[in-house]
Each structure stands twice: as C-alpha cells, then as structure tokens.
Design a protein around this ligand. Sequence first.
Ligand code: NAP
Length: 263
Amino acid sequence: MKRKIADKTILVTGASSGIGRELTQQLARLGARLLVTARRGELLDSLVCEVRQAHPDHDIQFLAGDITDADFRTSLMDHVQKHWGRLDGLVNNAGVGALGRFADSTPATLRQVMEVNFFAPVELIRLALPLLQLGQQPIIVNMGSVLGHRAVPLKSEYCASKFALHGLSDSLRAELAPLGIDLTMISPSTTDSDFFDHAIQDTTQKKWKSARASPVKRVATATIRAMTKGSHDVILTLGGKSLVLLDRLAPTLADHAMQRWAQ
Ligand SMILES: NC(=O)c1ccc[n+]([C@@H]2O[C@H](COP(=O)([O-])OP(=O)(O)OC[C@H]3O[C@@H](n4cnc5c(N)ncnc54)[C@H](OP(=O)(O)O)[C@@H]3O)[C@@H](O)[C@H]2O)c1
C-alpha cells in the first residue's frame, strides 16, 4: 500500500530536537497535520513558528510534557480526539541514552531508560489504538536502533530498551495487520544529533559523536519513505546492516569484536 502523507494526522514524540524535529519539518512540507511533543516547550514553540512561517495556517500544534507521565500521555490522546477525532500516524521517536559500564550504573538509570524508550511508546500505542482504528491508512512508527538488533557494550540499558521495543513491534505488527494498522520500525545507526549530550548518564571518558554519523535529514527522509511504503523494519545504514549480518552469521566472532571494543 502506498501511503500519502498529505492531510494525514500525525503525532510525533521527541520533536524538540534531532531526528524528531527534522522529521516534523519534512512531514509538514508534505502536508501532514501535526501534533508534536517533548518536554522543552520553548523548542516546540520555535518549531511550530518555523513551520507556520514556511506554510501559513498549517495545522500544527504542540503539547509540552514528559512522555513517561501517564496523565500527560492521556492528555495527548485527548487532544487528538478533540481536534481530529482520529489518528493516522503515531511516531514514537522520543528516546534517551545511558553510557557506561553496567557495574557503574544504577537501578534508577535502567528504570528511566526503560520508561522513556520502552514503556512510554508502548503505553502510547495502547492509548492510541482506538483512534488509529478510526484513522486513514493508519501507521505506528517506532524509532529503534541498530542496537536493538545487535547489542554493544557500554550501552547495556539502552540496548535492552531498543531490543524490547523491537520485540514488541514484531509481535504487534502481526496483531494489528488484520485491523489495517501498519507498524514500521526504523533502526538508525549513530546519527548526528545531540543525543549523546542528552544522555541521562555517562560514566565514560569517551567521545561518542562520530564523524561518520548519519545526518538527521537522511534519517528523517528514510523514515518518511518507510512510512509511505509501509515497510516493516528498516536498518538504515550499510554499517548497521553489516553488523546485524555478522551477528546472524558469526555470533561468536561478533561477540569477540565487542569484547575488544569494550576494553
Ligand atoms: N542519535 C543517534 O545516534 C541515534 C541512533 C539510533 C537511534 N536513535 C534514536 O532516535 C530517537 C531520537 O533521538 P535523537 O538522535 O534525535 O536525539 P535527541 O536530539 O536527544 O532527541 C531526543 C528527543 O526525545 C525527547 N525526550 C527525551 N526524554 C523525554 C521525555 N522524558 N519526555 C518527552 N520527550 C523526551 C527529547 O525532548 P526533550 O528533551 O525536549 O523532552 C528530544 O526531542 C531516539 O529514540 C533515539 O534512541 C538515535
């Protein structure tokens, strides 16, 4: 099914920066009606202004809040219900990282990473299902990671959260297909955003930003392509695909490589 973006009603989480901000701008250019969210309201406000400057009277609104707060998630859905009465797209993009050895980390860090990267998107899906069922060519987009396909050291909590999202996405995709709801999982490699600066914990001395990071524009464009095509699971880079292939074909070799990298 070829999905058109124009006039679709879409909720984007994590829209204040990075991939989510760029994705919002690209979706707006294609004529999507948008509700965007994140905690930093001033950045959402400036995003909405930018979109309206380029496309006056564009249907774009924002609600600022913490996606891990159940009441806030409910208020997002109430807003969608009131303004559109249906939802055509739910983009679960908000996410956080935690960097360092598991032995140096805390139960609170693990809980927070799982709250943002797993429980929040999953509970948002649960709340959104009735509105998605009323939607036109409805789709859920879960922003995963290559690290949800092959785990690496020093990001154990993050990898666990993205593996959990990956597993749930595969299961739900099959359940939702008879209802006409698509589910796309996007798995970027390292991307040129402020993601590493926003990590809730970094106990390493490493420089995490990579010169080879994918531009957010490329990730956003690929996400929209996947939405249009209704793709199931898209690993975005050749490096990411190679890592996943190595893990499937020679898992012991992949483990050895990871062990060396962890030193
Ligand atoms: N950058 C990478 O290398 C990379 C690679 C693979 C996958 N990803 C995934 O891509 C997604 C977007 O990340 P990014 O690279 O664009 O990084 P980013 O610029 O740090 O964006 C993260 C977004 O999530 C929002 N967010 C975080 N915690 C939140 C909370 N408790 N409540 C509401 N919103 C929250 C942030 O907004 P506020 O701070 O304003 O709340 C921000 O808009 C994430 O799911 C990430 O795991 C990133």
